[in-house]
Design a protein around this ligand. Structure first.
Ligand code: FAD
Length: 310
């Protein structure tokens, strides 16, 4: 499958809308809702296997009937470990979409209110709708550069968020392109992106194409071997800021699953996860909407649970 179009943006009235504006603003002032800003959670307070509150970095404890952790795929596993939650799957399975830029040095200064432009979605030789090219406007303040981002969207490589129990902190290792299937897909999308960047229409706005931040011409990609592309890709690959899958949802009998199908941390009580960490596999799409869907579904299930326990 192959297709192209403008990227859909979460906008209303020409202005980008955040989750905060979309979900919180309509709630207005409610006596049963308090939002604490700038409140860094240090750990979940546990009574044996039951979550009973959170401890803030300043030492303050907030008691609660239950805790829903949603600190994102990089911080949630660290918070769980720091709280003494012990499941082997915590932090494992981390994924992101590997991406590489071919930079367009533009002939004329460009200005665009929207950084993300169009998206081309297609299939690698062995995959199905598994790679894409994203166009970016204004990759720096000069307005003289843009980029075509080659992205692998069906990801097999997995890394981890490693926890250091001495410092109580975590380090994320994505291991991007460690799986041969991702490397192959990356070769295909790099070659396609280079062909697109060299096309007549793109050449009419881009004076030259660059393959790194040192200003190296990207011309070599035109007749590069597989191993030349692999070497370059391993040096240049970056994350897409779509970190996910570090506390995967799965069957309660699976040791590596962290939450069950109701997003409850397995073997613990009154503790739920609700963020990108619980996705078992990274979707073949940018992750904002999938995470919003997770939040909608988990909040419905929480409501059911609370109603049942009334
Ligand atoms: C720069 C950038 C651009 C992106 N652009 C797009 C895009 O265009 N389209 C798209 O689909 N996706 C995009 N994404 C990805 C998307 O934003 C994420 O996948 C999504 O926000 C993940 O949601 P989450 O709830 O898992 O985590 P987050 O949105 O990261 O939310 C976690 C929250 O927890 C807070 N937190 C962490 N630790 C603690 C703690 N100890 N105490 C208290 N609070 C804590 C964090 O500050 C954060 O507010 C982008 C991501 C980034 C970083």
């Amino acid at each position: 499958s192959r297709g192209a179009g403008f990227c859909s943006l979460t906008m209303s009235g020409g202005v980008r809308h955040s989750v905060l504006e979309t979900y919180f603003a309509p709630l207005g002032n409610r006596p049963n809702l308090a939002v604490r800003v700038n409140a860094l959670v240090e750990s979940v307070v546990m009574d044996a296997t039951r979550a009973v509150g959170v401890r803030l970095a300043g030492g303050e404890c907030i008691e609660a009937r239950g805790v829903v952790l949603c600190a994102g795929a990089l911080a949630t596993p660290v918070l769980l470990r720091r709280s003494g939650i012990d499941r082997p799957g915590i932090g494992t399975g981390l994924q992101d979409h590997p991406s590489i830029a071919i930079t367009l040095a533009l002939q004329r200064r460009q200005h665009s209110a929207i950084r993300i432009g169009a998206n081309v979605r297609m299939s690698s030789q062995k995959g199905n709708a598994d790679i894409h090219v994203l166009s970016l406007n204004e990759t720096d303040e000069s307005g003289m550069f843009g980029a075509l981002i080659a992205g692998v969207m069906r990801v097999h490589s997995r890394g981890e968020v490693k926890y250091d129990s001495i410092t109580g902190t975590g380090i994320a290792m994505f291991n991007q392109l460690s799986d041969e299937r991702d490397k192959e897909a990356m070769r295909d999308v790099v070659r396609f992106t280079y062909a697109l960047a060299s096309s007549q229409s793109v050449s009419s706005i881009a004076g030259s194409l660059l393959s790194d931040a040192n200003g190296t011409s990207a011309q070599w990609i035109g007749d590069a071997t597989d191993s030349e592309i692999d070497d370059w890709a391993l040096r240049q690959v970056g994350a897409y800021s779509h970190a996910a899958c570090s506390c995967a949802m799965g069957n309660s009998r699976d040791d590596m699953a962290v939450v069950n199908e109701r997003a409850e941390v397995i073997d613990y009580q009154d503790l739920w996860l609700c963020d990108a960490s619980i996705l078992p596999t990274l979707p073949r799409a940018n992750t904002h909407l999938p995470v919003v869907m997770v939040a909608n579904r988990v909040s419905e299930m929480l409501l059911e649970t609370l109603n049942e326990s009334r």
